[in-house]
Design a binder for this molecule. Structure first.
Ligand code: NAD
Length: 252
């Protein structure tokens, strides 16, 4: 499908942009004409992703940042830099995330804090920073990566669905709060998607999960990136506060 120019003139920040779903979102936004700030946890992984993209197309307008997303000041400084370079920030994709599988009996309380720090606090920090920029420039779009388990829960690793339910709460609340500033806020809730996160699961668990997907396959990162593109674009001009499931009708 030709999506060239769908985001022409727009700028975006994508967290967790170094691989998996985030890298597919970065690539899709670039292919659609946006300038993108790719955000990762370390300079080395950011540089690697930038090199891959530049190899694919040397004309891509992409820069890298690696703030500590759990630290508000660090996010503010990094996003201010992007705002100076690009002149405005139109789209924020809050995509960085980690998962959990431990049973409650083995769950280290510090790990619960860690997952909340990245999956929830970072979404709050990044949204707070860009909301200020977007209000001043007359609008913008925030898209969060939720998960199908935010709705169903999961049998172990309760911190993960809890964090993604919080993402849904932030999405719906900020959509209501920021609508009058012309800022749309939505989330994409992926099902089982072929990335490192799923590669870390036991093979028999993944096979069992695939049998519960009516479309009969795992999702590709591009399936999720396509939903991000729709929500980022003017085609979704009247869509806000939505949690868009992209999961092949999976039953968790
Ligand atoms: P992934 O592990 O391939 O990528 C995770 C990304 O988050 C990477 O870019 C990584 O650099 C970044 N990240 C991890 N820790 C970080 C930290 N401390 N600071 C900053 N960035 C950090 O996973 P993915 O599958 O591409 O996941 C992307 C998002 O999609 C996550 O929010 C995840 O919860 C969500 N999700 C994934 C699936 C799936 O099946 N893969 C399903 C539902 C939701």
């Amino acid at each position: 499908m030709n999506t060239v120019d769908m985001l022409k003139g727009k700028t975006a920040i994508v967290t967790g942009g170094t691989r998996g779903i985030g890298l597919a979102v970065v690539r899709t936004f670039l292919e659609s004409g946006a300038k993108v700030a790719l955000c990762g946890s370390r300079q080395a992984t950011v540089d690697k992703a930038l090199a891959i993209l530049k190899e694919e197309n040397s004309e891509y307008c992409v820069m890298g940042i690696w703030p500590n997303l759990s630290d508000y000041q660090s996010v503010l400084e990094a996003f201010e830099k992007v705002n100076v370079v690009f002149g405005h920030i139109d789209i924020l994709a809050n995509n960085a995330g980690i998962s959990a599988r431990e049973s409650i009996y083995e769950y280290d309380p510090d790990d619960f804090t860690k997952i909340m720090d990245l999956n929830v606090r970072a979404v709050f920090n990044c949204s707070k920073v860009v909301a200020g920029f977007m209000r001043n420039q007359g609008g913008g779009v925030i898209i969060n990566t939720s998960s199908m388990v935010s709705i169903y829960g999961q049998r172990s690793g309760c911190g993960y669905p809890a964090s993604k339910s919080a993402v849904n709460g932030l999405t719906k609340s900020l959509a209501r709060e920021l609508g009058s500033d012309r800022i749309r806020v939505n989330a994409v809730a992926p099902g089982v998607i072929k990335t490192d996160m799923v590669a870390a699961l036991p093979v028999d668990m993944v096979e069992r999960l695939v049998t519960m997907i009516p479309l009969g396959r795992m999702g590709e990162p591009q399936d999720i990136a396509n939903a991000f593109l729709f929500l980022a674009s003017d085609l979704a001009a009247y869509v806000t506060g939505s949690i868009l499931s992209v999961d092949g009708a999976a039953i968790s």
